[in-house]
Design a binder for this molecule. Sequence first.
Ligand code: GAL
Length: 679
Amino acid sequence: MAHQWKQYTVGTCYYPEHWPEEMWQSDVKRMLAAGITVIRIAEFAWNKCEPREGEFTFDFFQRFLDLCQQEGMQVIFSTPTATPPAWLTQKYPEVLNCRLDGAVYRHGGRRHYNYNAPVYRCLSARIVEQIAARYAGHPAVIGWQIDNELNCEVDEFYSQAADDAFRVWVRDKYQTLPELNKAWGTAFWNQGYTDWQQVHLPRPTVRGTINPHLHLDYLRFISASAVRFCTMQSEILRRHLRKGCFITTNGLFDYVDNHRMTDEALDIYSYDSYPDFAFELGRTIDHNDLNDRSWSMKLTNVRAISPNFMIMEQQSGGNGWTTRLEAPAPRPGQLTLWAMQSLAHGADCISFFRWRTSIMGTEIYWHGILDYDNRDNRRLGEVAQVGEMLRKLQPLCGAAHKAAFGVIRDYDNEWDARVDAWHGRLHDPSRWEIFEGAQRSHAPYDEVWLGKDTEVAELAKYPVLIYPHAGIMTEARAKLLEDYVQQGGTLIIGCRTGYKDATGKCVMLPQPGLLGKLSGSDVTDFTFASPAEEAPTILWDGEALPAPIFADILHPAEDTKVLACHNTSYFKGQPALTEHPYGAGRVLHWGAGFSVAAVRKLLSYTGVAEPFQDVAQLPENVELVVREKDGKQYLFVLNYKSWTETIRLQKPMKSLLSGEVRQGDVALPAYGVDVFEMN
Ligand code: GAL
């Protein structure tokens, strides 16, 4: 059941339990005056509703909700399961998560529980039931957040409860020990299992080796555990939900199948956006670097889960914990820029973290809108300005993102790349280079995640799809890609495609394995780039393009064209990029890791670079996003630099923010943003 915000909304995160009750009313009034109309509360406040086991007290939040209703403030209420109380972990230590070496995570931080302890599931279900029964009917409550950031802080689980649950999960998946032994390739190093009790989560081993096929299943198990925990809460909430209210959680952490979780448990997905991580102290800043602009890559991922999403925590101050992380305060204009970045990529509600900086605890440096002194400040001014901008942009609420091409991803390959160092070497760098190449070519893209129900129509929306390094390939995915190309799509694959099956074991086929027929290419030799040789390049139309990390040496089938050749090492002059016509479409095989220059050239060659240049010409430092609604297109331009950039509008266009019609050279000030009607 998808939830769609009816209008752009500004919110904030508030902790009534952190402040004297006498401050509540003035806080809420000041928020409303600044244009904040929704707040998220209670995600770490289990003790406020169940201070002792089985003893429930609801007055605290009741008073707060009543005040919100009276003042006209809407509330997103959270389930408090991210921080189990001390009474709970004292009495039931089996709910605590453990490290690989068996050390137990104790009370005092957060997310110290494991998803599988039966007693934690029971007590979580009970507190959710209690608070939902009590508060879901309250007129101030418009939505629910489940837990807080599932799999954040820690995404590995080694408790006894997790071990027991893993065994059940594995047995359910494989049914028999011979099937399990086959799937995990246990003939290697004499790992064969003769009894289910021998099956365990990864444990400390010599040199830390973990059977990679077991490891891949372990990550799938973590995801299934997180999703099951979320779904359990959602089913309870749903029984109490008022009509029109929604369920969400704030995510994007490793080892969670966010698509499945959203389908099974949520009405809308939320993300917490902190672009200041890009400026964390100690990090070298290169002024050509994308820094905070790289959050657009994460937002692209979020959009692939929930096309219109919400930002539950939007950075509003400088960041740090007492124990780690240091980042500067957002420069004047940056808070607005980052909020607009979220909006451009698909957020319809932006909730700033947090109303006032905490005066206690680990996060005293994780600054909110207001400082400890509680005075109005420039950040509050910017929040109010964001509210003003959103009012002008209201016609765009719910608009769709307009992409020039797509990048394919799937959870098998994501997680295999975490388990397998060879696969991992390519995965993140290529993802980054594709993002940067697209940004600098002003070619907005979407991510297309392949799941078991993905249909070819979802792929066919994009004239060009890049599937960078799908080491794991299945028959079903190969068929889907074949249908896409057959219908006229252009598919670009990178090196190391198709050498594994879904268990992560290698297939005895020429690479790219199941895609060989489609790509019309055969990998006859391959190697990591040698550190003893010059940096690898591929020569394409006389241009030497960086071809990092790995090389596939290709052999073309008869009807396959060689577009470019390797330019370095013992395979210099041999095919590195091929193009194979197939049905109404074609497949390009790039036999290397991706580089920004290679991506830009591939996008130009396939006709999707600079797709809006007839409308606007932008310097590389400016991000372009296009959204469309009711037959109208809107151009977002975002300047991430601390200096003015000049954009060129090719025709007269009205700015929705200033109301002015502009054409020709237009100055976009430091951290400036504008939105133009394109037609
Ligand atoms: C988020 C989290 C918040 C707060 C913030 C700053 O990850 O959801 O509760 O901790 O980071 O650390």
